[in-house]
Ligand binder design. Structure first.
Ligand SMILES: C[S@@+](CC[C@H](N)C(=O)[O-])C[C@H]1O[C@@H](n2cnc3c(N)ncnc32)[C@H](O)[C@@H]1O
Length: 289
């Protein structure tokens, strides 16, 4: 199976980040290497990209897709980026991209359990070799904790009803079974599937995504030097809120400045051709000392 993922705002991010063709760059969320390919196309033979992903399968595919010795890829969380720089023998990087969330390949692969449109085991772990799966949460957490997850990570208005229905229907082992339980208590209106927010919230909880998003800003100083740039690509309001306020604090402290006062969003053409781009927001900053 040939999996695909179309990188969002790839040209804009490359133009912002790649300020020195001989520099070293960090793709903190390598995925299938879509953005990295753009970065490498602007680098000299001396330039390099260090790529990280929690998903071991993604790292393997990215190395094959990019097929360039200037990429050093590691199966590590971006919260371990310092360790990766040390492995790569690099002190700091000129630019960093955080492209949060999941890739289309993970969503499309039924065996990963991310999608209510494809039946598979209720898994949802980016790193599917360790940690608790969505099935572990759905089948073991008390109703009030499930409800909290649905509200906190997806603003689900029917959180209470859904949490109770889940507890009654347990055990729930597949994505289709969970989607059916939700559809029974929240009938479908319009285009959006009633399980959309529950699936988003579970994925965020399983992977500790918001804690990691918060952590991404905290590690910047340990990875960069004056003149380095960072780009954050977010896909829902909870992620964007964290980055917006964390960047505000970082800039107020004096070491960084924002490069875009107004958030950057894909133009109509890109949104039309790539549904994933529709909710994307880009924020870019530069270290000034
Ligand atoms: C939106 S995709 C990146 C797509 C990539 N930019 C491309 O063009 O192919 C996000 C990726 O981040 C990875 N990821 C999520 N949390 C991570 C973390 N804490 N550290 C490293 N990778 C993470 C996911 O496994 C997924 O492959």
């Amino acid at each position: 199976m040939q999996w695909t993922h179309i990188p969002v705002l790839a040209r804009e991010i490359t133009d912002f980040l790649i300020t020195d063709p001989d520099g070293v760059y960090l793709d903190a969320t390598l995925g299938l290497g879509g953005h990295t390919k753009f970065f490498i196309s602007k680098l000299s033979p001396k330039g390099r990209v260090i790529g990280l992903d929690k998903d071991p399968g993604a790292v393997k595919m990215a190395v094959e897709n990019v097929n360039d010795a200037r990429l050093s890829a590691y199966n590590l969380s971006y919260l371990q980026a310092r360790e990766a720089l040390e492995k790569a023998g690099v002190q700091n990087v000129r630019g960093i991209l955080f492209d949060f969330g999941l890739s289309s390949y993970q969503l499309d692969d039924a065996s990963r359990g991310f999608s209510f449109l494809r039946d598979g085991p209720l898994d949802m772990r980016f790193d599917n070799t360790r940690g608790k799966s969505a099935a572990d949460l759905v089948n073991n957490l008390p109703a009030d904790e499930l409800e909290d997850i649905f509200v906190k990570f997806a603003d689900e208005h029917n959180a209470h009803k859904i949490a109770l229905a889940i507890c009654e229907a347990r055990p729930i082992l597949t994505t289709a079974a969970l989607a059916a339980v939700i559809e029974k208590v929240c009938p479908r209106y319009g285009k959006i599937h009633p399980a959309t927010k529950t699936f988003q919230a579970l994925r965020i909880a399983v992977n500790g995504e918001l804690e990691a998003v918060e952590g991404s800003v905290k590690i910047l100083d340990s990875l960069t030097a004056a003149g380095s740039r960072v780009a954050f690509l977010t896909f829902h309001s909870a992620e964007d809120r964290i980055i917006k306020y964390a960047l505000k604090d970082l800039c107020a402290a004096g070491g960084w400045k924002l490069l875009n006062k107004k958030v950057i969003e894909p133009v109509w053409d890109e949104r039309k051709n790539n549904p994933r781009a529709r909710s994307a927001k880009l924020r870019v900053a530069e270290r000034i000392k």
